[in-house]
Ligand binder design. Structure first.
Ligand SMILES: NC(=O)c1ccc[n+]([C@@H]2O[C@H](COP(=O)([O-])OP(=O)(O)OC[C@H]3O[C@@H](n4cnc5c(N)ncnc54)[C@H](O)[C@@H]3O)[C@@H](O)[C@H]2O)c1
Length: 325
């Protein structure tokens, strides 16, 4: 089975690439390498791996990438609220227009049977009340990033498709952990890097909740969708994470202090945060048997190890952030 991963050189994509290769899939990556291509150096010599440098906004690049493909995992995007706010036009073109074109081309190509879309729990915006929310909750996107994710997700879920084409949307929790394309603009990774280097943590809105999931587990969820029976995933949306892994930011700081007790933390209180939600991920667990393999404390330990052993030459390099200067 040949899988096309758009954005396969990115933080999640470079982990998924390796997982699928290990499982024996043929993997083709289409990526324009916004953050460089170091993440794929380790797989270039694998005979089951192919790389196409290209732009999902260009029809010719997409058509070439789709040749003889059985399934698509669509990760390529301008990722995160700040990156989309900074380049709104590029975000619209990439996250919505190009996604719609890719989706249409996939449906026109009979070899493509599965389509997995990386959506986000940011779609929920601010939760009403203090209970957990799940896939049935209303979507209240409060950023351009989430607005575009919601728009494509709704298109996918309501699309009339040929019978043997199975699309699925995954709402990822906020990700953390080690990847061949490291990111330090993600809360757990950033806090841990800073604490491991002896910096004081300055935390805004310490009381607000978010769900977190390790990058390897998010990638495993994509593979699980490809391998699940069609009737269980066809035109379905699943949150990806675990109910026990919802944290307030102050709880993340406490977990870091457990591992790095010297860490100094300063809280800057905010009464409002547009994103405040606790998510229940029972659907993917019950319907597909998904469970996480790593927790936030384990992710913190991995990052401490990387930083304290000098595995990254310059962890503050801007290639590790999607919020460019
Ligand atoms: N990181 C998270 O917390 C999180 C949470 C929810 C959802 N997601 C979604 O998961 C997906 C992957 O996120 P990530 O953290 O790996 O981000 P990333 O920025 O590391 O990876 C995105 C990749 O897409 C590529 N890309 C961007 N525009 C492109 C274009 N026009 N043509 C070809 N390639 C292009 C980039 O070069 C990059 O390699 C995204 O769709 C993101 O919205 C991420």
């Amino acid at each position: 089975m040949r899988v096309l991963i758009t954005g396969g050189a990115g933080y999640i994509g470079s982990v998924l690439t390796r997982q699928l290769l290990e499982k024996g899939y043929q993997v083709r990556v289409l990526d324009c390498l916004n953050y460089g291509g170091e993440s794929i150096l380790g797989v270039l010599s694998n005979p089951n791996f192919e790389f196409l440098r290209g732009d999902i906004r260009r029809k010719a690049d997409v058509a070439e990438a789709l040749q003889d493909v059985d399934a698509v995992v669509h990760l390529a995007a301008i990722v995160g609220d700040p990156a989309c706010a900074k380049q709104p036009q590029l975000a619209r073109e990439t996250n919505l227009n190009a996604s719609l074109m890719l989706y249409e081309l996939c449906q026109n190509q009979s070899s493509v049977k599965r389509f997995v879309f990386a959506s986000t729990c940011s779609n929920y915006g601010k939760m009403e009340g203090s209970d957990y929310i799940d896939e049935t909750a209303p979507l209240k996107p409060i950023s351009l990033y989430a607005e575009l994710k919601v728009a494509f997700e709704q298109h996918l879920l309501s699309s009339k498709t040929r019978g043997d084409f199975i699309p699925t949307a995954l709402r990822f929790a906020t990700v953390y952990g080690i990847s061949p394309r490291m990111r330090f603009d993600l809360t757990v990774n950033e806090f841990t890097r800073d604490a491991a280097l002896g910096r004081e943590l300055v935390i805004y809105g310490e009381q607000f909740w978010r769900p977190y999931c390790h990058v390897e587990d998010l990638a495993r969820a994509c593979a699980l969708i490809l391998e699940s029976p069609c009737d269980k995933v066809d035109h379905e949306v699943f949150g990806v994470g675990d109910k026990s892994e919802n944290y307030q930011k102050k709880m993340l700081a406490e977990e870091i202090k457990r591992i790095l007790p010297e860490t100094k933390v300063k809280y800057v209180h905010k009464d409002e945060d547009p994103r405040d939600y606790r998510v229940d991920f029972t659907k993917i667990k019950k319907q597909l048997g998904f469970s996480i393999t790593k927790t936030v404390p384990q992710g913190i330990r991995e990052i401490v190890f990387v930083i304290q052993n000098g595995i990254l030459h310059d962890p503050f390099n801007k290639i590790y952030s999607n919020i460019s200067e």
